[in-house]
Design a protein. Structure first.
Length: 92
């Protein structure tokens, strides 16, 4: 099954209100059970901060240049890079 968003809450409207998928609707096979949701059969729509066909890839912090994420909105620098956006090369 999956989840569906009913709207956003929080001080900045960034937190999704998550509900189970509509009764009788099966999301796309493999759709992440927490990061994805569906309103129609075989659909997989992503919660904020997640991307990809199955909603299993986090979205890095906007502007992150030489980094990646393990959770949404992170910027984990590749080796040799520093800074909040991983945009400063380390000179050895």
């Amino acid at each position: 099954m999956g989840l569906r968003a009913a709207g956003l809450i929080g001080c900045c409207c960034l937190l999704p209100i998550v509900l189970p998928a509509a009764p009788g609707i099966n999301c796309r096979t493999g759709c992440h059970p927490e990061n994805g949701f569906c309103e129609f059969p075989s659909e997989c729509r992503c919660q904020p901060g997640w991307q990809g066909a199955l909603c299993n890839q986090c979205v890095p912090f906007p502007g992150c240049l030489h980094g990646s994420c393990a959770k949404p909105w992170q910027c984990i620098c590749e080796e040799g890079w520093v800074g909040s956006l991983c945009d400063i090369v380390i000179d050895f």
